[in-house]
Structure formats: structure tokens, C-alpha cells
Write a protein that binds this ligand. Structure first.
Ligand code: PLP
Length: 424
């Protein structure tokens, strides 16, 4: 038996996605740039996929979508583009809880002389709006923040940030890798210049993603070579991947509610409060199923495991993610034992696993190193069942008891764990 609760790391490919891709891995193998008939046929299908995605994401034009190798490339491309275009602007604003594809790039850039401002978060994980406003100025090349956090699921107020940056004429990049397919996104109604996403988080294949570049926003290519993607991203197209990405995005709509009407700030306040992700639309029922299972898992775990708490619970979150701190366990050991019992989960970002570093996201939320190393992430998908949740609720509390005993932690919470009022 294997129960998979690590869908923020990656998801299994949907059989319908595989079916859509299959012809492009056999008969329809031609290079879309080739001048003969079979090349033209593949080119038309790639362009059809692009149009379909543009429609699903509510862009103005399909030209706003550039295919890339995934979220990491899209993030690097957007940030580097702004820096190349505006070499006199030396400030980059990001957040303290970004995925390593933005965080490590910014660390690298700061060594090259850029001034990187990492906007902090509250103990509950919410974005420090005032710090953003104080950091804005003429020297800002780009602001790059994530929409949904991969470790806690907390959503940032992208609509508000976009409006503010638009007013000040500052470029805005959003890492939406964890948000796409989980919350309503209608790009034409947002003030976003660049937006990254990736297929393998939405039951699509690995190694394919896209960068949305708003019409009129300045852009310079990162990967140079052939003239693919209208000179904006060189390299022979990953045709099967593109078809798979479009299909995966289409299927994800069944699990994403339609966007609520966007009017003024009060709407984004709703998003902040979490209600927008529950507003009507064709995916409402199904997305509710995922959040009902997530809520059951976290509420009952906290009830059954002493002194445990959920990180980011007070904030609006994507519906599939829960991050729980369990003082007195060591996450890496716990996860190995848990996988022997048939459950695969994680301690945060898959890209950090093996690094033995406590989560920078939880540390930014005010956790001590010990508490950050005692935290687990369970990320669900549309394939998660009630039986799987029930099994986790049986196994996890028992394993906590076992490991706490092994750690000779009998009377908790000891002052050593330094539990401040974190999480929320
Ligand atoms: N951004 C976020 C928030 C992510 O969670 C991930 C993957 O975990 C990425 C970017 C990187 O995406 P990819 O694996 O497609 O490079």
C-alpha cells in the first residue's frame, strides 16, 4: 500500500493527459519548425494548445504564453529579463518565503551587486504589506513574489500588490506554480506582468511549463538560439509536454472554482479571508472535497497529537495543503518511518530535501530551528480519498508517540522547545 501526500512536490500524470500526449511520442514526432506537411501539422497542434491555455487562463492573447521547461526556468527568465532591460535599476524585491528557484537566484544576484529586499511574513504567514510599500522606489527593477506558498499553502494578496505596482509603474512577476489549478485565475483581470507555472504540479508531465508575459510588458529572452516561441525562448519545442500541459490545465478547471467578480479592494479582502476560493463555479464541489479532506486531516491530527499546531491556518490558503508542527519529533526520521508504513509526505520543499536545513519558510514565520525541523507537510490531490485520510489519522499519532518516547521526551512541552505563539 502506498498513500501519496506529497502533491506539492509533484503529481501523478492523469491518464487523460498521457493519452493526449501519446501520439506525439510516436507518429506525430515531426519538428514543428519543419516546412513539410507533418511539421506543419504538429505546429498547428502546438498553437491550438497555446490558444486553449490562453482561454483557460483568461489572457488577452495566446501570444502572451511562452513555453518553458517549467517553473524554475520561467522564474529565472522573468527576473533576468527585467534586470537586463533596466541595468540601472539595482533593486529586486521578493519575499522571505519564496521557492528556491527565486530565493537562490536572488542570493546569487545579490553577490553580483543587486540589492535584494526579502519582504517578511507574520507568524501566521501573511505578507508584510508595509515593508513592501517602504521598499518601493525608482530603483526597483522587478518585484517577484509567489501566489501560493509551496510549504504552507498560504496565499499572498497578488491582486492588491499588482494594483499598487501598476500605479507606480513597477514590473511584477508572480510565481504561480502552486496556485494554478487550485484557485481561480483570470489573468486579463490582474495587474501582473509575468507569471510562471508548471505542468507537473497539476497532473501533467515534468519538464514543461510556461511563462505568461503580458502584452506590452517588456521582455528579453533568457535562452538564445533558434527562433522558436517568437524569438522569446529558443530550443525545439517539447511538443508532447506542451500538449500534456494544455490537457492538464483543462482538467484542473474541473477542480478550480470560477473566479469571483473582481471589483474593488473588498474582493481581494475576500481572497485574503479565504472565501473567494469557495465561491461558485464548475469546480466548486470538487475543490470543496479536497479542502474538506485537508481540514479533516489537520483538525483531527491537532486534536490527537499533543501540542501540535498548523502553520498558516489563520490565512487564506490553497485547499490541498497542510503544514503541521509536532514538537518532539524530528521530521526527517519521522518521514522515513512514515514511508515504511505506506505514507509518503514531506518536510517542505522537495528541492530542499536532503539539505538537512530547517525550512526557511517556517523560520521566516518565527519558528526556532528546532520547531522548523519538527514540521511536516501533507499535500493532497483530487485522487486523495477519505480512507487514506483515516489511515493517516490512525498511523501518524501512533508514530508520534513512538518517536517522542525514543527521543525521551515524556513531559511536554518542555521549555527547551521554545514554543512561542507561532503558526496561527
Ligand atoms: N515555484 C514553486 C512555488 C514551486 O513549488 C516549484 C516546485 O516545487 C517551483 C517553483 C519549480 O517548478 P519546476 O519544478 O517546474 O521547476
Amino acid at each position: 500500500m502506498k498513500i501519496y501526500f506529497d502533491n506539492n512536490a509533484t503529481t501523478p500524470v492523469d491518464p487523460q493527459v498521457k493519452e493526449a500526449m501519446d501520439p506525439f511520442l510516436s507518429g506525430l514526432f515531426a519538428n514543428p519548425s519543419s516546412p513539410y506537411e507533418s511539421g506543419g501539422q504538429v505546429r498547428r497542434l502546438v498553437e491550438q494548445a497555446r490558444c486553449h491555455m490562453a482561454q483557460l487562463l483568461g489572457t488577452r492573447s495566446e501570444r502572451e504564453i511562452i513555453f518553458t521547461s517549467g517553473g524554475t526556468e520561467s522564474n529565472n527568465t522573468a527576473i533576468r529579463s527585467a534586470l537586463k532591460l533596466f541595468p540601472h535599476k539595482k533593486k529586486i524585491i521578493t519575499s522571505a518565503v519564496e521557492h528556491s528557484s527565486v530565493k537562490n537566484l536572488c542570493e546569487h544576484l545579490s553577490k553580483e551587486g543587486y540589492h535584494v529586499v526579502s519582504v517578511g511574513v507574520s507568524k501566521a504567514g501573511s505578507f508584510n504589506w508595509n515593508q513592501l510599500i517602504e521598499s518601493l522606489g525608482d530603483d526597483v527593477a522587478i518585484v517577484s513574489v509567489m501566489w501560493a506558498n509551496n510549504e504552507t499553502g498560504v496565499l499572498f494578496p497578488i491582486q492588491d500588490i499588482g494594483r499598487e505596482l501598476k500605479r507606480r509603474n513597477i514590473l511584477f512577476h508572480v510565481d504561480a506554480v502552486q496556485a494554478i489549478g487550485k484557485i481561480p485565475i483570470h489573468l486579463n483581470k490582474m495587474e501582473i506582468d509575468y507569471l510562471s507555472f508548471s505542468a507537473h504540479k497539476i497532473h501533467g508531465p515534468k519538464g514543461i511549463g510556461a511563462l505568461y508575459v503580458r502584452e506590452g510588458s517588456p521582455f528579453q529572452a533568457f535562452i538564445l538560439g533558434g527562433r522558436q516561441e517568437r524569438d522569446r525562448r529558443a530550443g525545439t519545442e517539447n511538443v508532447a509536454g506542451i500538449i500534456g500541459l494544455a490537457k492538464a490545465l483543462e482538467l484542473s478547471q474541473d477542480f478550480t472554482p470560477s473566479p469571483p467578480p473582481l471589483k474593488g479592494r473588498e474582493d481581494s479582502a475576500k481572497v485574503r479571508g479565504g472565501s473567494a476560493i469557495l465561491l461558485g463555479g464548475k469546480g466548486e464541489g470538487k475543490i470543496n472535497q479536497i479542502s474538506i479532506l485537508r481540514n479533516k486531516l489537520e483538525e483531527e491530527l491537532v486534536a490527537r497529537v499533543d501540542v501540535s499546531f498548523i502553520n498558516g491556518k489563520a490565512e487564506a490558503r490553497i485547499p490541498n495543503t497542510t503544514n503541521i508542527t509536532i514538537p518532539g519529533i524530528e521530521a526527517e526520521t519521522f518521514l522515513i518511518r512514515l514511508s515504511q508504513l505506506g505514507i509518503e509526505a514531506s518536510s517542505g520543499s522537495a528541492c530542499l530535501t536532503g539539505a538537512l536545513e530547517p525550512s526557511h519558510v517556517l523560520m521566516a514565520m518565527g519558528h526556532s530551528r528546532e520547531l522548523a525541523s519538527s514540521s511536516l507537510r501533507f499535500s493532497l490531490s483530487r485522487l486523495t480519498t477519505t480512507e487514506q485520510i483515516d489511515y493517516a489519522l490512525e498511523v501518524v499519532p501512533k508514530l508520534v508517540c513512538e518517536l517522542r518516547k525514543l527521543n525521551e521526551v515524556e513531559n511536554f512541552p518542555p521549555p527547551l522547545w521554545g514554543r512561542t505563539k507561532v503558526g496561527g
